[in-house]
Design a protein around this ligand. Structure first.
Ligand code: NAP
Length: 306
């Protein structure tokens, strides 16, 4: 099965196209190779490859910048997704798209179901929600997977940021009023592979919206506590930094974030039978690799190479 992946330079896209899976031939394209804001570029690639399935891992993910760059965020997260879905419809190629927990405002006290009404607090969430709706309107073979707090060893996510801070700071303030499911990219990729396998077996999928994220749900402070304790256990720290739980108001950001964006994964669990989504072993594994990479002199206090 030939699978075209848009956004293969990002955390998820890169992880997916590096999966060695029998029966799947990946055709990954970075933004430079296929810009989804260009209908022609997508059309050319699809015409050339004739994929059996298209997965969109590309997105404008700079949540704070999106507040001042509405056009850029909209062109990728809404217009680009519309292009992909339109072309998927023209060629009758099933389309898997990734979306976000930030479509919700966070005022619900329990975890969010697929049937809950989205109401994004920030522009990134608005543009992603518009992309979801455009894809579902354009074509009837679209599966959207909403996820949250995606992390990997690739720089630029909450895990790698806090890892660096843990190695360099004695005192850390971390917000405790944002709660969700941290999602290791490795587990997210493997869920997508399970969906592909189901598609191969059945030649179809129950299309529509699904939620997938890591569990247990934690606030950012609890996530950092887990991370720092494991760093200490692995000898990456001489002592735990002093951790202070604070409100988000201490770190004002251009984009507001939901207090609760925990996603209920029951629908996907019912589809796949079981769901592998404990993020804690994945944090431990990533830290074990990082601890191994750090030389002893770096552990003495020079961490610039991280
Ligand atoms: N990261 C999270 O915490 C998180 C949380 C919830 C949902 N999600 C969703 O999960 C999906 C994967 O996220 P990720 O963490 O893998 O994001 P990522 O690492 O930021 O990767 C996104 C990729 O999209 C590419 N891209 C941007 N504009 C593009 C365009 N016009 N055409 C083609 N490619 C373009 C980027 O390329 P450049 O770097 O060259 O711009 C980047 O390689 C996204 O849909 C995101 O919205 C992520």
């Amino acid at each position: 099965m030939k699978v075209l992946v848009a956004g293969s330079g990002g955390q998820l896209g890169n992880s997916l196209v590096n999966q060695k899976t029998r029966g799947i031939e990946w055709f990954g394209f970075t933004r430079q190779e296929m810009d989804i804001t260009s209908l022609c570029q997508i059309s050319d690639k699809v015409n050339l490859i004739r994929p059996d399935l298209i997965i969109n891992c590309s997105a404008y993910t700079a949540v704070d910048l999106a507040e001042s760059r509405h056009d850029q965020a909209w062109r990728v997260n809404c217009d680009g997704v519309t292009h992909l879905a339109e072309i998927a419809r023209q060629w009758d190629i099933p389309f898997i798209h990734i979306s976000t927990d930030y479509v919700f405002d966070g005022f619900k006290s329990e975890s969010y179901l697929e049937t809950d009404q989205p109401s994004p607090l920030n522009f990134y969430g608005k543009s992603k929600l518009a992309g979801e709706q455009a894809a579902l309107d354009a074509f009837n073979k679209v599966l959207i997977l909403r996820t949250s707090w995606v992390f990997s060893e690739q720089d630029g996510n909450f895990f790698t940021t806090m890892l660096k801070l843990g190695l360099t700071k004695q005192h850390l303030k971390v917000v405790d009023d944002q709660k969700a499911g941290p999602t290791p990219v490795k587990l997210l990729s493997s869920i997508i592979l399970q969906l592909l396998s189901l598609y191969q077996q059945q030649s179809t999928l129950p299309w529509g919206l699904y939620h997938y994220c890591g569990e247990p749900f934690v606030n950012r402070f609890e996530f950092v506590e887990f991370l720092m304790n494991d760093m200490l256990n692995k000898g990456m720290l001489h002592s735990l930094p002093e951790l202070e739980a604070v409100d988000s108001s201490i770190f004002p950001t251009p984009a507001a974030r939901p207090e609760n964006s925990c996603l209920n994964t029951g629908k996907l669990k019912a589809l796949l039978g079981r769901l592998d989504n404990d993020w804690r072993p994945e944090v431990q594994q990533l830290l074990a690799i990082k601890a191994h990479q750090l030389t002893s002199s770096e552990l003495e206090g020079k961490y610039e190479t991280l």
